[in-house]
Design a protein around this ligand. Structure first.
Ligand code: N01
Length: 546
């Protein structure tokens, strides 16, 4: 039995040990001097890079940018072997950082948080874990990620399959796919990466595609030593440029509008960005692709042309060409040899858009019209219950017994994507309605952890025991997030996880702030400068600051 009047066990509990959790433990413990403890369901650090070990898993922002910026020593000493590092190298990097910062001693691994309940009298969170323990902390930091809970399957029968079932989002083993007959369901970023690899080694590969994607080349290459030295020499400047770019990568060549240049010049710019890879085509060609449907159409058509060039069979090419939704309204995947996979005799593309997957059978998949496809390995690349899934899974109950699941029944309501009214002292790292996945994640994470750390420092300096977003500030932010989304083409997709549309029954609400990282960062800075406008404080010297 826990003594409810006892002092909290820790100042802060941190849930998750990926990029966010590792940095949060360091920041709060080593820089703020707090007592902290982390809980992580996995056996080690890494988060998404721990769980996603499927063949082909690779980052799609240049590693020189997709990495921590907070430590000059770490960013100078680490060497990336490839421009876009593969999963094993990123996991090694995160383990290296965890070693350097000695964070593991304050994290319980293989331990899942099962409930988080606010005790208003004591002004602490009561955190239960699946080892039966209960611990209390003044602050809780959710570093549980945005894409860490696989979505529930919306077809029947997986339990009846007699072969091996693998999930891209929960893939821990090194599996040899050579010679196997494989079925892959899903052609998002994960599916595209695993299909490209599996095509090269499998005996036969059946790809079940519902919505074709606008996949473009990642443009990977071994790291060039001269370029690496040049980048390291001006790393500070590069990071600043990243933080001042819409998506947190220091692109600087986007022209104002795809409609303002002649077709030939537009084509040359698209060609250049296609060849150079990364997210250059969508975010560094023309500034209005995400905001103007007509402009977007030019890029969408360009990508279809490139797909037709690469896929030999015109019917297959046509099936692979995305139509009916704008480029960038679903998260654009990056690829290596993806389209060439469909030129191989062992690869079969099966359209399940109108003839849906009805069920998984003992030996494969049966479609709505009764057609069956047989294989011995099923790979589920069916995506995630993005943003809200990881928070819901923690069973959070706030002030006055308010449950997260009730507060968010109509979709997430947040202030800045960090805080939620009714849930004091809870900080969500890259939570819903923050730029998160549309802002280079390690930098987005650092900004949020720094915001939480500064807010906690403010509380401690002023003798407050809790801070909470006001409903007014939250409503205004939700409205601002909706307006930012409406200015873009994102709401025009019916299946995008940015809108919660990939999970049947999930409220359709924009889950990501689409106003860009610089606008968002300026807003957060203003909130801080105004003494945390939009938050109320409680404690011995409590002061409403709304
Ligand atoms: O998931 P997804 P993901 N029947 O939701 C299909 C990040 N990431 O794991 O589009 C048939 O994108 C679904 O079809 P549809 C990145 O942010 C990054 O691939 O709903 N198909 C879709 O094709 C990414 O966006 C990297 O019609 C069904 C697929 O499953 C995010 O993670 C690598 C179906 C799910 O695609 C999620 O990507 C990998 C059904 N019943 C991931 N249900 C990097 O490179 C679902 N699908 C850094």
């Amino acid at each position: 039995m826990t003594d409810s009047t006892a002092a909290p066990d820790y100042d802060a509990i941190i849930v998750g040990a990926g990029f966010a959790g590792v940095y949060a433990v360091h920041k709060l413990r080593d820089q703020l001097g707090l007592t902290v403890h982390g809980f992580e369901a996995a056996e080690g650090v890494g988060g998404t890079w721990f769980w996603n070990r499927y063949p082909g898993a690779r980052v799609d922002i240049d590693s020189v940018h997709y990495s921590y910026s907070f430590s000059e020593e770490i960013q100078q000493e680490w060497h990336w072997t490839e421009r876009f590092a593969a999963q094993p190298e990123i996991l090694r990097y995160l383990n290296h950082v965890a070693d350097r910062l000695d964070v593991r001693r304050d994290i319980s691994f293989s331990t899942r948080v099962t409930s988080v309940v606010w005790d208003d009298e004591q002004q602490v969170w009561v955190v239960s874990t699946d080892d039966g323990k209960v611990q209390r902390a003044r602050y809780v930091i959710s570093a549980a990620g945005t894409l860490s809970v696989p979505k529930k399957l919306d077809f029947r029968g997986v339990e009846n399959f007699t072969g091996e079932v693998l999930m891209t989002g929960n893939w821990l083993e090194d599996v040899d796919l050579s010679g196997r007959r494989i079925g892959v369901i899903g052609t998002g970023s994960s599916g595209i990466q695993v299909i490209s690899q599996a095509a090269k080694v499998s005996g036969e590969l059946f790809v079940f595609q519902r919505t074709p994607n606008y996949a473009t080349p990642v443009g990977n290459a071994p790291t060039d030593p001269a370029q690496e030295a040049a980048e390291k020499a001006r790393y500070r400047e590069i990071r600043e440029a990243s933080r001042n770019h819409f998506v947190g990568v220091p692109y600087d060549e986007a022209q104002p509008s795809a409609l303002a240049v002649p077709a030939q010049e537009r084509r040359a710019i698209f060609d250049d960005r296609w060849d150079r890879g990364g997210f250059r085509l969508v975010f560094d060609s023309f500034q209005d692709l995400l905001f103007n449907k007509e402009s977007n159409d030019t890029a969408a058509e360009y990508i279809r042309e490139r797909i037709r060039e690469r896929v030999k069979d015109p019917k297959t090419a046509d099936l692979l060409c995305p139509k009916g939704y704008p480029y960038g309204s679903k998260r654009p995947p990056l690829e290596i040899d993806y389209y060439e996979a469909f030129n191989r005799d062992n690869v079969h593309l099966i359209d399940v858009s109108s003839n849906a997957i009805d069920e998984v059978t003992e030996n494969g998949v049966r479609l709505a019209d009764g057609t069956e496809h047989e294989f011995d390995t099923l790979i589920l690349a069916t995506g995630f219950d993005a943003f809200t899934g990881p928070l819901m899974a923690m069973n959070i109950t706030g002030r006055d017994g308010l449950r997260f699941s009730d507060a968010w029944a109509d979709g997430p309501q947040t202030y800045l994507g960090i805080a939620v009214s009714g849930f004091p002292n809870l900080f969500m790292i890259t939570g819903p309605q923050s730029p998160s996945v549309l802002y280079n994640m390690p930098l987005a994470i650092e900004d949020h952890v720094d915001f939480a750390a500064a807010a906690i420092t403010h509380m401690r300096e002023h003798g407050y025991t809790s801070m909470e977003a006001t409903t007014q500030a939250q409503d205004d932010w939700v409205q601002q997030t909706d307006q930012a989304a409406q200015a873009t083409v994102v709401p025009l997709s019916d299946t995008s996880w940015y809108m919660g549309a990939n999970v049947p029954g999930k409220a359709r609400k924009v889950l990501v702030y689409l106003g860009g990282a610089p606008a968002y960062r300026a807003f957060c800075a203003q909130v801080e400068n105004d003494g945390y406008a939009g938050f109320t404080f409680s404690g011995s010297r409590a002061l409403a600051n709304a």
